[in-house]
Ligand binder design. Structure first.
Ligand code: IPM
Ligand code: MN
Length: 359
């Protein structure tokens, strides 16, 4: 198959991990005789430095035409000034909105040989397999905002807004995913307080009862969900929620498996390219040292093959290879306990070797 893939390395460790994912893409192309056309773009802090814009048109336009986009990470202390004209994160929010990437898939599944690295007890974490579906282009992230003076003090307002259709489409994505997994969907809201959440709850309920009545379906308040994730994470299958709650809950969930360096994510729209990235950030403290864990980005590449290119065999091969490498005890610094750690490049090389031995 032919596909156009845009790589957006971004900031911090982004370029290092994307360079390794790129090798994996080339290897898959070679083994399966695919023709992948890779191009590069700038997003985040590096784009601010060069163009004064975290997502210039020269990046956005090729992305719109691509089949898939693989992103490293954006941000860093260099661009953290709260009074700056723009911020790296603005680039990320803009690319989500411009490409209509309303469904953010964040799978949380601890690797068996790393369970003891989890902050939770083995008996709580064992068997956890959750897919978070976070709404990504609406809610308080994209409502109007205002900062004004009132009675001699500053007052700030952010509007939290959801339309029924926005809720319905993301719940449909989550329900469909649940049908292909454990057939259990949990919708998370704050309907005891927020009007937005009451609309969310009605819309979600409608989608499920009209189209997915085979699913087991629950609603949980977001504060309770924060507790359940720690006390009984194994009980959940697919969890769907709004943008802000999803941001917070997925960060909470992402530490359960013991390393952030292992978790990929996919952002999908109704049509057009998907955006794939590791869940972790740009880790400026270790940037340039060659010790970052490339596995989350490599697993994001697998999600890209699966969701945007329809190449499930290739995706599975990458996932199996990562599993094999971890089973064999290879560790980057973030997941090494007493074992010696290997570098970013060495880890990717191990994965590529495993891909070849499994292929
Ligand atoms: C994420 C990040 C972003 C978000 C930031 C960097 C804007 O935290 O992808 O979860 O809040 O969505
Ligand atoms: Mn976040």
């Amino acid at each position: 198959m032919r596909a156009d893939i845009v790589l957006l390395p971004g900031d911090g460790i982004g370029p290092e991990i994307i360079a390794e994912a790129e090798k994996v893409i080339h290897e898959i192309a070679r083994i399966f005789s695919h023709d992948f056309n890779l191009s590069f773009g700038e997003i985040g802090g590096c784009a601010i430095d060069k163009y004064g814009d975290p997502l210039p048109d020269s990046t956005l336009e090729p992305c719109k035409k691509a089949d898939a986009i693989l992103l490293g990470a954006v941000g860093g202390p260099k661009w953290d000034d709260p009074n700056a004209k723009t911020r790296p994160e603005v680039g990320l929010l803009k690319i989500r909105k411009e490409l209509g990437l309303f469904a953010n898939l964040r799978p949380i599944k601890p690797h068996t040989t790393l369970i003891d690295a989890s902050p939770l007890k083995r008996e709580i974490i064992e068997g956890v397999d959750i897919l978070f579906v976070r709404e990504l282009t609406g809610g308080v992230y994209f409502g109007d905002s205002e900062l004004r003076e009132e009675d001699g003090e500053q007052v700030a307002i952010n509007e939290m807004i959801y339309r029924t259709s926005e809720v319905e489409r993301v719940v449909r994505v989550a329900a469909k995913a649940a049908m292909a997994r454990g057939k259990y969907l949990t919708s998370v809201d704050k309907a005891n307080v927020l009007e937005v959440s009451r609309l969310w709850r009605r819309a979600a309920q409608n989608v499920v009862s009209q189209q997915y009545s085979e699913l087991k379906y629950d609603v949980v308040l977001v504060d309770a969900m924060a507790m359940h994730l720690i006390t009984r994470p194994r009980d959940f299958d697919v969890v769907v929620t709004g943008n802000l709650f999803g941001d917070i809950l997925t960060d909470e969930a992402s530490v359960l498996p013991g390393s952030l360096g292992l978790l990929p994510s996919a952002s999908l729209g109704e049509s057009g390219p998907g955006l794939y990235e590791p869940i972790h950030g740009s880790a400026p403290d270790i940037a340039g040292k060659g010790i970052a864990n490339p596995l989350a980005t490599i697993l994001a590449t697998a999600m890209m093959f699966q969701h945007s290119l329809g190449l499930s065999q290739e995706a599975e091969l990458i996932e199996k290879a990562v599993e094999q490498v971890l089973d064999a005890g290879h560790r980057t610094a973030d997941i090494a306990s007493d074992t010696e750690s290997i570098s970013t490049t060495e880890m990717a090389t191990k994965v590529i070797e495993a891909i070849n031995s499994l292929a």
